[in-house]
Design a binder for this molecule. Structure first.
Ligand code: NAP
Length: 286
């Protein structure tokens, strides 16, 4: 992908900030200079910047927040996604929209394909699914990438959050009753580049390989950072003050991505290791 002609919106978020590190020369915008809920300003921006690819990382992403702020969630995740896609269409750009494994209800024992029926359990998930539809309606030149549990180099990223909590010497309580696929921001950036380069459009699933629980992910982080895993305590999601429902098992098939690009996503162990090294952690047990 010619990264110099890419515009990233939501550029100060977890995904957006990491994508900019991976894509030299790409332009990044976020609130307040780019507000996707403002249709006219999206049009103006894109008419002025004329990017070839617009990657929408902007969103209302607080799953519990969305549950009690439905109108605002829909304004950003549905109307906003649609405005940006319309503006991209008018400016002759391809739009890449990030979406989520939460569009599924998590009752399947196998992997979800792109064609499987969706059933969002929360306002956040509903808004993301409607956002996909708004993008599809706005322009045929779209790639929707549904990802799993995003982690990267933001302070709120799970890898950093676990290391921080490990640092205070207390037991670290982590949920062990939900299964998903960790997905590293740097690998998503590469996957988007590959999808753009092969010239496909439509919906694609992309995650790192290997379903796990958050506790299993935390255990790997502890082991690699040389910390005592005995301090990890398994809890269930019912012990957390969550308002919104999450899928119990959201595992996405990446077969369509593999076929389109000829590339295989990496195992999450390797990508968590990469993230730790990038954050300056010396790896143990390698
Ligand atoms: N995090 C995950 O585990 C996960 C999993 C699956 C899919 N996704 C999807 O991946 C995408 C990126 O997620 P993320 O975790 O990187 O999100 P994030 O860290 O919350 O970043 C979102 C960014 O969008 C900005 N934003 C909010 N409203 C906006 C508006 N009206 N106009 C322009 N920018 C706006 C936010 O600014 P403020 O911070 O100032 O509001 C923030 O900088 C989202 O579409 C999300 O649904 C995330």
């Amino acid at each position: 992908m010619e990264t110099g002609s890419v515009l990233v919106v939501g550029a100060r978020g977890m995904a957006g900030a990491d994508f900019l590190k991976c894509w030299p020369g790409a332009t990044g915008l976020d609130l307040p200079e780019a507000d996707i809920t403002d249709r006219d300003s999206c049009r103006k921006l894109l008419a002025e910047l004329r990017p070839r690819v617009v990657v929408n990382c902007a969103g209302a992403t607080g799953v519990d927040w969305c549950e009690t702020n439905r109108a605002e969630a829909f304004s950003v995740n549905v109307a906003g996604a649609g405005h940006l896609a319309e503006a991209a269409h008018e400016a002759g750009a391809l739009v890449v929209q990030l979406s989520t494994d939460y569009v599924f209800d998590g009752t399947a024992s196998g992997k979800y394909a792109e064609t499987d029926p969706t059933k969002p359990l929360s306002v956040y998930a509903e808004s993301k699914l409607e956002g996909e539809r708004a993008v599809s309606r706005a322009t045929p030149r779209h790639i929707i990438v549904r990802i799993g549990w995003l982690f990267g180099h933001a302070d709120k990223s799970f890898v950093r959050a676990i290391l921080r909590r490990a640092g205070d010497g207390e037991p670290v309580r982590v949920i062990d009753d939900q299964v998903g696929c960790p997905t590293y921001s740097y690998d998503i950036a590469e996957a988007i580049g590959r999808l753009v380069d092969v010239g496909v459009t439509g919906t694609f699933h992309f995650t790192n390989v290997g379903p796990c629980t958050r506790l299993e992910m935390a255990r790997h982080i502890f082991e690699r950072a040389g910390m005592d895993t005995a301090r990890l305590v398994a809890i269930t999601s019912s012990e957390l003050p969550w308002v919104a429902k999450r899928p119990a098992r959201a595992v996405l098939s990446t077969e369509k991505y593999r076929t389109a690009t000829g590339a295989a996503p990496r195992h999450w162990h390797a990508t968590v290791d990469d993230a730790l090294v990038r954050d300056g952690v010396r790896l143990h047990g390698t």
